[in-house]
Design a protein around this ligand. Sequence first.
Ligand code: KG4
Ligand code: ZN
Length: 337
Amino acid sequence: MNVLGIETSCDETGVAVINEQSQILAECLYSQIATHAQHGGVVPELASRDHVRKLIPLIDQCLQQAGTSRDDLDAIAYTAGPGLVGALFVGASVGQSLAWALQKPSLAIHHMEAHLLVPFLDHAGGVEFPFLCLLVSGGHTLLVHARALGQYQVLGESRDDAVGEAFDKVAQQLQLGYPGGPAIEQLALSGQATLPPFPRPMLEHSSLDFSFSGLKTHTLLSYKNSGKTTQENADIAFAFQQAVIETLYEKCRRALEQTNLTTLVVAGGVSANRAMRSKFNDLSDAGINVVFPDLKRCTDNGVMIAYTGLLYTLQNKAAQNKSIEVYPRWSLADAQS
Ligand code: KG4
Ligand code: ZN
């Protein structure tokens, strides 16, 4: 069995083919970063147009690399939400049209569910429910109790900016370019703890929700009041990153305590952050099984969609239907089960 995965929810066109044994036969990724970097962030219309240009050639390239033809595909999985409406429509239209032309079943995949599941791809045992999952991307910050495939209880979420969004906005102010996460991480490497600690938002609340806009403003004010030397900028990046990581860490620690779960999965673009990965290993010392995706599967990719599609196909959830629908806002709690 071969499943094709298509990801077009934001600024990456991702395609992959995976087989029944969860082996990746091929994966192709086209990043639009160069297009959006000139504008300081993602321009939705440019994203849609780029997906239109790149998706079909990328599918052909991916099938060729996999050594499979279109007829060898048994199901087509595509991201149906959440994300940018136009960008989602490109993947959904192509995915559904391909499925219809080949008379094969398709699957509308929840982007955040795919982030949540992909860390298990390289684990011998596959997905082992239940677990706690911290999802940190450009659009979402979610703390989730994952009970079974398609059964997710959201324990906490951001009340304002997502973590990745806060990284991107701070980086924009510090003129570090887009995307901001990797740039802040890099700059923070030469930073030192010279500043009074930045606020750790919402830790005084018993709720597991997050809020990062106050920390973002605090960071911007520190920058405004600084001498803007390279070292001062690095110290600010360091203090900001520390505050984010420690806040996320503490909320996860509390959630693990409250749920008695012993596995923590951290996924989504921000989970590529090495300082964060290193801090979260402290939980391993406390007996928690901490699972991160491979570095290249933290940010958006086609493999995570193909893998999620495979898991549902194995549960006979793939179906033939001709409607093309996308869900720009789609709660993880309503993902398929
Ligand atoms: O999951 P993702 O690729 O796309 C969305 O679903 O949003 O996440 C992208 C986000 C961006 O905000 C980016 O700045 C952030 O992930 N990011 C990072 C790092 N790499 C990507 N944030 C912190 N440190 C990183 N190394
Ligand atoms: Zn994502």
